[in-house]
Write a protein that binds this ligand. Structure first.
Ligand SMILES: N[C@@H](CCC[C@H](N)C(=O)O)C(=O)O
Length: 312
């Protein structure tokens, strides 16, 4: 099976072309593939197919999401733990770059289907494999849906207030008054944050953000289904929305710095956002079919008697 490895601000993905939607992306297989020791390593998987093919294969149910036509490309996104997510803002840039660099897509502007709906993407500048591409993505509506809080750093950790934000997927953003870059770097974002499961029944991506200064913020993120990552595109949109709101603003352009780079988010007066940022394609190769068959078999994964593993 062919793959391409790419990243957007160091949020990294395995791109799997699968025209007929035949690959079995069972959670155990995806998590083995994304594991940085057992597999190739990535924060997520992007299956590439036309939306209609995924409906016909029974991958996309109950049918085409809003704004997605059967001939549109569809980004079938899986988190590193094998769970399905509605949308991925860094992934969609890498996905569009891959389509152009592989010659599958000749247009500079087209729609990418996601479970959150169709997303219009525009290639800004170069589009070949070697280039660091820039891609602009219409991210759809951004909606706040309540105040909440999050506990960082496990037991004895710190409780932060936050805003629940829907970017097609769920986010909890804490814009922390007085937080600077050094304070942000010192926080424990790697431990699984505790959140209100009644407000976020399907889990949540958690972002901690510095207040807006000179049109810019800095952000760290703990992603649902992955852990701490070096960037999250939908998270940067949620962060920009929350940082603007903290200044009593509902629209504006915000530079969002993340550990893996920086992106630009514009929230319009219509409540819709545009995300622009880089995409890099790093490598291409083949996953051995024998590994794939083994990964998909009932014998997988065998984790027993691992030295250092906790008692079962
Ligand atoms: N890294 C992504 C978000 C991926 C999905 C997320 N972990 C979720 O479960 O919602 C991004 O760039 O937006």
């Amino acid at each position: 099976m062919d793959f391409v490895k790419g990243h957007g601000t160091e949020n990294d993905f395995l791109v799997l072309p699968d025209d007929d939607g035949r690959i079995d992306l069972a959670p155990a297989t995806v998590s083995a593939l994304c594991d940085r020791r057992r597999g190739l390593g990535a924060d997520g998987v992007l299956r590439v197919a036309r939306a209609g093919a995924l409906v016909a294969a029974g991958v996309l149910t109950p049918g085409l999401p809003d704004g997605v036509g059967e001939h549109d490309w569809f980004m079938d996104y899986r988190n590193a733990d094998g769970s399905v997510a509605e949308m991925c803002g860094n992934g969609v840039r890498v996905f569009a770059h891959y389509l152009c660099a592989s010659g599958r897509e000749e247009r500079d502007a087209f729609v990418v289907g996601t479970r959150a709906g169709g997303r219009a993407v525009t290639m800004v500048g170069a589009r070949d494999f070697a280039a660091q591409a820039r891609v602009s993505v219409e991210m759809g509506p951004v909606t706040g849906f309540g105040e909440s809080s999050v506990n960082l750093g496990g037991a004895g950790g710190m409780r932060l207030p936050g805003l629940a934000v829907d970017v097609g997927n769920p986010h909890l953003v804490s814009v922390v008054t007085g937080l600077d870059d050094a304070g942000l770097a010192a926080l424990d974002i790697a431990s699984v944050p505790a959140f209100d499961a009644a407000l976020f029944p399907d889990g949540v991506n958690v972002e901690v953000v510095t207040p807006l200064r000179g049109g810019a913020v800095a952000m760290r993120v703990h992603e649902r289904g992955v852990g701490e990552t070096r960037s999250c595109g939908t998270g940067t949109v949620a962060a920009a929305f929350a940082a603007l709101r903290a200044e009593d603003r509902s629209a504006g352009t915000v530079e969002v710095a993340v550990p893996g780079g920086a992106v630009t988010v514009t929230v319009g007066t219509d409540g819709r956002a545009v995300l622009e940022g880089p995409s890099v394609l790093v490598a291409s190769g083949t996953v051995d079919d024998r590994w794939w068959r083994y990964a998909a078999s009932a014998a997988w994964p065998v984790a027993a008697r691992r030295v250092g593993a906790g008692a079962a």
